[in-house]
Design a protein around this ligand. Structure first.
Ligand code: SAM
Ligand code: DTB
Ligand code: SF4
Length: 353
């Protein structure tokens, strides 16, 4: 089964030097290897669509140097309190109508407080009842909070390691690398699927990019979803003037994520607004098979959805359909209806077949 990484032949003993050697391969050799592995595990012409919604925006006490939502940097962001559950559900319905199969809700928190949990639980239950997969990213989670969210029906939790352990302290000082690993462990133990990746283009070295991928691939179970974000350089953040990462180094990072975590969805995540169609196509060839699609990421822009769909058409890519094996009894009826609709939509590839 592709989405719960249970295959005992998958490796989680990668060494840094092995991964650095992959980064040193000639570009065509690396892409050939990544594409060959991709084809063994996925339909190469299918890409999963997720939609993001910021459910609580800005005024975050953390100091992540890349982030427009930290209260330490003046980025001109409009701060918003936790959205009402009804408002979230309206947005989730729009996302579903636009073809997304997963709805990701993000909050600018260090971690959720006790008073927030009932609202968060209602959001998960409501979005799930619409027949969408649910994902949240709320900062650090305790074991008890993870269990509560699993019970509510949360499918995925996004919590990024962001960079290598060595470079991490250059970017964030208000929580440790081990805090992040603890949250990933709590989420995994609670039975929620893990979405974890990082950001490139923050001034890190190639060794740091290799170090990040080694950390992710050597987790006891690979994250089911691995977002690779290109830094969005937001005015007012300390990284606003960071040098842009070479496009081919970005593609190499995606290709190596694919090689190391063959059964995971690798997401071409933030930064797409500044990537042209050719770079998108290369990322899909390197093994990226998921994107955020919709009006925006959390606070920054995304390419227009019709632009993404036009490129899918030109490349013969189809949207990945929701996998029936992931649903629970409550939403099965709605899913079957959805699958019926999907059969009539030429953009969809059914991963259930
Ligand atoms: N506050 C929670 C946390 O940090 O765990 C959840 C929301 S936070 C915005 C989610 C992720 O977005 C971060 O871990 C980071 O990887 C990514 N992110 C934030 N700002 C970004 C930027 N400017 N460019 C690329 N990725 C970014
Ligand atoms: C992830 O890895 N990238 C998304 C999602 N997980 C939450 C967030 C990207 C945020 C980019 C900056 C912004 O829009 O605020
Ligand atoms: Fe806060 Fe998350 Fe942004 Fe860090 S990445 S400042 S924790 S919202």
């Amino acid at each position: 089964m592709r989405d719960t990484v249970k295959n005992p032949t998958l490796r989680n003993n990668w060494t840094l030097s092995e991964v650095q050697a992959l980064f040193e391969l000639p570009f065509n050799d690396l892409l050939f290897q990544a594409q060959s592995i991709h084809r063994q595990h996925f339909d190469p012409n299918s890409v999963q669509l997720s939609t993001l919604l910021s459910i609580k925006t800005g005024a975050c006490p953390e100091d992540c140097k890349y982030c427009p939502q930290s209260n330490r940097y003046d980025t001109g962001l409009t701060v918003e309190k936790l959205l009402a559950v009804e408002k979230v559900l309206v947005e989730a319905q729009h996302a579903k109508d636009s073809g997304a199969t997963r709805f990701c809700m993000g909050a600018a928190w260090r971690s959720p407080k006790k008073k927030d949990m009932p609202y968060i639980v209602s959001m998960v239950q409501g979005v799930k009842a619409l027949g969408l997969e649910t994902c949240m990213t709320l900062g650090m989670l305790t074991s008890a909070q993870s269990k509560e969210l699993n019970k509510a029906g949360l499918d995925y939790y996004n919590h990024n390691l962001d960079t290598s352990r060595e470079y991490y302290g250059e970017v964030i000082t208000t929580r440790t690398y081990d805090d992040r690993l603890d949250t990933l462990e709590n989420v995994r133990q609670a039975g929620i699927k893990v979405c974890s990746g990082g950001i490139v283009g923050m001034g890190e070295t190639q060794k740091d990019r290799a170090g990040l991928l080694v950390q992710l691939a050597n987790l006891p179970t690979h994250p089911e979803s691995v977002p690779i974000n290109m830094l969005v350089r937001v005015e007012g953040t300390p990284l606003a003037n960071e040098e842009i990462l070479d496009s081919f180094d970005f593609i190499r990072t995606i290709a190596i994520a694919r090689i190391l975590m063959p059964e995971s969805h690798v997401r071409l995540s933030a930064g797409r607004e500044e990537m042209n169609e050719e770079l998108h196509a290369l990322a899909y060839f390197a093994g990226a098979n998921s994107i955020f699609c919709g009006k925006k990421l959390l606070t920054t822009a995304l390419p227009a959805a019709d632009k993404d769909m036009a490129l899918f058409d030109r490349l013969g890519i189809k949207k990945e359909a929701l996998q029936v094996e992931q649903c629970d009894d409550q939403v099965e009826g709605q899913l079957l209806d959805q699958l019926q609709l999907i059969e009539n939509d030429k953009h969809f590839y059914s991963a259930a077949n």
